[in-house]
Design a protein around this ligand. Sequence first.
Ligand SMILES: *Cc1c(COP(=O)(O)O)cnc(C)c1O
Length: 388
Amino acid sequence: MQGNIISTDKEYVANTYNRFPLEIVRGEGSYLFDSEGKKYIDMGSGIGVTAFGFDDEEWKTAIIDQINKVQHTSNLYYTEPCANLAKLLCEKTGLKKVFFSNSGAEANECAIKVARKWACDTKGEEYNTIITLENSFHGRTVTTLAATGQEHYHQLFKPLTDGFVHTPANNLEALEEVVGKNKVAAVMIECVQGEGGVIPLEKNFVAGLEKLSKEHNFLIIVDEVQTGNGRTGKLYGYMNFGITPDIVSTAKGLGGGLPIGAAILGERVENVLGFGDHGSTYGGNPVCAAAALTVINRLSDEFLNEVAEKSKYVFSQFENAVGVQSVSGMGLMIGIKTVKPAAEVVKMAMEKGVLCLTAKDKVRLLPALNIPFSDLKAAVEVIKACCK
Ligand SMILES: *Cc1c(COP(=O)(O)O)cnc(C)c1O
């Protein structure tokens, strides 16, 4: 019954989330239904997670089949879904090995540990600085908060992990200067800053970063937690930029709605971690890995072209729309700067049956990658009307 869930949650769940007053009870395709039976078109995918929407047959079947076999083993033993998912990720990226975690922050933690150990092994212990970008978001653990280039997340939780330096995005000169001044293990970027406002990096900045990484012998870590797994219209966001990263971290859409993250390791770092250097009880859990296999297996070039087509449609609809100042992003990761406050547009859209997100001062759209064109069109019409 409407209200019971909300009041119990408010009493017993820690106050970290300013939730919308909406009790979700069921999902189907790109629709969510609340406890009063109202239907919504979901343009948020649980923050870019439910890549193939809700109640997806292939995803559900894989999970149920695996649950009927064994739901968890720990990493003391081998399981087929874990091994096969690692193989698939390596084959599709050309990278070499995978460490599985349960979330984006943990995938980044692994990337950071690998970078520090690599630098220690090859350059010396003092080469421990990780450079990240201002306005970035890399997670909520004490170390990934330090990586996150937004001071307001840091306040109240200091001291954070040492050794992180932030530099402005798309400023090669500043990057070059900060690389020169520090003993650098790695530079970590998001190809499209997600939480920071859906802002893609410039191609020449990313190319310049790759050139610098060769000159100064440091690693490139790409945080693909949000941009990964088809979201930008390519399998991974970095593939739009023509670079070869050393470490790719991902999570969100990977499991299609079950918690799994991955740090995918390139040639230079594939053997940096040895026995006991890192671990996770749940990491690579067979049910989550079976789910992820159904996501990654379906991200064919043909499917990704459809994502790019849908993206073009959404951009074309919002560029020059009344009440819209600008549109940014890539693929089905789209930020809309509205004249009205973004939160007001999101609230209005929700009343009219469309669920959207915000990122900073923008309305953010992260629909399921397989959202039917008809649902996408209907949602766009509603959002456009709310922007006016
Ligand atoms: C969401 C996000 C994270 C954190 O992922 P969690 O699964 O919430 O730990 C890290 N980096 C980026 C770019 C993200 O969008």
